[in-house]
Design a protein around this ligand. Structure first.
Ligand code: NZQ
Ligand code: ZN
Length: 388
C-alpha cells in the first residue's frame, strides 16, 4: 500500500424521511442565508423543490435561488453563483440535483472565498483558500460528489473541462433518498451506472504493489453494480434497486475503497476532453472509452483482468490462462454496457475524427496520464481512434 491519510467529514443521511427530519437542523447549525442551487427544473417537476422550500421557509431561512445549472456545469454559472454569495452574504450553499449541480456548488463555494479567478484553481495555477459550507441533496446516483471533494467544471469559451479538489469542498452534509432518483430518465440512469462502474475501474487498475483488501472491496462494489444495473434500468421505481445503486455510487468515489492505492484515471482524463468539445454525458463517454483502454493496456497485468472476469462477472476460470480471461473480461464489460443500453462508439454521438488531435493534446496538457500504464499523446490518440 501507499502511505495515506484519510479524512472524510461529510455527514451522510441515507434513506426515506431524513430530509424532513434533519434538513432544517443541519441548515440552522450553519446559518440562515442559503443559496439554493438546482438544475434545469427536474426538482420542480417531481416535487422536491416544494418540499425543500417548505422546510427552509418553515425554519425561518432566507432563500436565494440559482436554478438552471447545466449538465456539464459551466464556469459562467459558477461566476453567477459567486457573485450572488458575495452580494447576499450567503452562509450556506444548498445544492439539490445530480453531480453537475453539486460540482457547481463546490466551485461557487471555493470561489466565494477566493481572492481571484476561481478558474485558476481548476487550471492548477492556484489553490483554494477556503470555501463556503456546502450541503447537498442528491437526485442522481453517479458521481459520488455527495461525499467527495472533487468537482468538474466546463469553460465553454476555451472548451476546457477541468476537475479540482480541495479539503474545503467536502459537503458538510448530504441527503441521499433513493426515492429522489425514481424520476431519473432511463438514459441518465444508464450513464450514472457507467460512471460509478468507471470509478471502480479507475481504482481497480491501480499501480500499487500490494493491496488485497482494496481489490476485494472494489470487486464487491462492481459485482453489486453489475447485479443490480439491469433491474434499476428496467424498474425505475424499485426502491431496493435504486437504494443499492445509489449506495454503490457513493461508495465508488468517497475514498472508502481506495485508501492506500493510486488509481489510473486515464479514461476520466480522456472523457473530459470529449465532453469538453462535444458536451456529451460523462457516463456515456466512459462506456465508449473503457473497453478500448482495456484492450490497449491489458498486457501490463493480465491477472488483474482475470480477477475482473472471475470475481465480478463470475466466469469459471478453470483451465484458462490469465491472457484468455483478460479477453473474456473485456468482452463481458462490452456486453454489460450493451445490455443496459449504453453507447458503444463515439459515432453514436455523431463524433468523427476531426478533433481527435486536439482532444489528445488537451488530455496530456499537464503531462502523461494514467498510472496502471502511462499514456502520452500518441497513446491517447490511438485509444480515441479505436473508439470512433
Ligand atoms: O438539470 P435537471 O433538470 O435537474 O436534470 C438533470 C440533468 O438533465 C437530470 N436529473 C437529475 N436528477 C434527476 C434528473 N431528472 C429527473 N429526475 C431526477 N431525480 O439528469 C441530467 C444529468 O444530470 P447531471 O447532474 O449532469 O448528471 P451526473 O450526476 O451524472 O453528473 C455529471 C457531472 O459530474 C461530473 C461529470 O464530469 C459531469 O460534469 N463528475 C463529477 C465527479 C465528482 N464530483 O466527483 C466525478 C465524476 O467522474 C464526474 O466527472
Ligand atoms: Zn466519473
Amino acid at each position: 500500500m501507499e502511505p495515506f491519510r484519510f479524512h472524510n467529514p461529510t455527514t451522510l443521511y441515507y434513506g426515506k424521511g431524513q430530509i424532513e427530519e434533519h434538513l432544517a437542523d443541519e441548515v440552522l447549525k450553519i446559518g440562515r442565508r442559503v443559496l439554493l442551487l438546482y438544475g434545469g427544473g427536474s426538482i420542480k417537476r417531481f416535487g422536491l423543490y416544494d418540499k425543500v422550500m417548505n422546510i427552509l421557509k418553515g425554519a425561518g431561512v432566507t432563500v436565494f435561488e440559482l436554478g438552471g445549472v447545466e449538465p456539464n456545469p459551466r464556469l459562467t454559472t459558477v461566476y453567477k453563483g459567486i457573485e450572488m454569495c458575495r452580494q447576499h452574504q450567503i452562509d450556506l450553499i444548498l445544492a439539490v440535483g445530480g453531480g453537475s449541480v453539486l460540482d457547481c456548488g463546490k466551485a461557487i463555494a471555493m470561489g466565494a472565498k477566493f481572492d481571484g479567478d476561481v478558474w485558476d484553481i481548476y487550471q492548477r495555477k492556484a489553490r483554494a483558500t477556503g470555501a463556503l459550507p456546502l450541503g447537498t441533496i442528491l437526485t442522481l446516483a453517479a458521481t459520488g460528489s455527495e461525499m467527495n471533494a472533487g468537482g468538474v467544471i466546463t469553460n465553454w469559451e476555451t472548451k476546457e473541462k477541468l476537475g479540482a479538489s480541495s479539503p474545503y469542498t467536502y459537503p458538510v452534509f448530504s441527503f441521499c433518498d433513493p426515492e429522489n432518483t425514481f424520476t431519473v430518465p432511463r438514459d441518465q440512469t444508464v450513464y450514472g451506472i457507467c460512471d460509478m462502474l468507471a470509478h471502480c475501474f479507475e481504482h481497480y487498475f491501480h499501480s500499487t504493489r500490494h493491496a488485497p483488501l482494496q481489490r476485494h472491496l472494489i470487486e464487491a462494489v462492481m459485482r453489486t453494480i453489475v447485479e443490480y444495473a439491469k433491474r434499476v434500468v428496467d424498474h425505475p421505481t424499485d426502491y431496493d434497486a435504486r437504494e443499492t445503486i445509489m449506495y454503490c455510487s457513493t461508495m465508488a468515489l468517497n475514498g472508502m475503497i481506495s485508501m492506500g492505492i493510486v488509481g489510473d484515471w486515464a479514461c476520466h482524463a480522456m472523457e473530459h476532453e470529449v465532453s469538453a468539445l462535444y458536451d456529451i454525458p460523462h457516463g456515456g463517454g466512459l462506456a465508449i472509452l473503457f473497453p478500448r483502454w482495456m484492450e490497449y493496456v491489458k498486457d501490463v497485468d493480465p491477472s488483474r483482468f482475470a480477477s475482473l472476469a472471475t470475481n465480478v462477472f463470475l466466469v469459471d476460470g478453470t483451465g484458462k490462462s490469465d491472457e484468455e480471461l483478460a479477453d473474456i473480461a473485456i468482452e463481458k464489460v462490452r456486453q454489460f454496457y450493451k445490455e443496459i443500453g449504453a453507447p458503444q462508439r463515439l459515432a453514436d454521438y455523431g463524433i468523427g475524427d476531426d478533433q481527435l488531435e486536439r482532444m489528445a493534446a488537451q488530455a496530456v496538457r499537464f503531462g502523461d496520464i494514467g498510472h496502471f500504464r502511462k499514456l502520452g499523446k500518441e497513446d491517447v490518440l490511438n485509444i480515441l481512434r479505436a473508439s470512433l
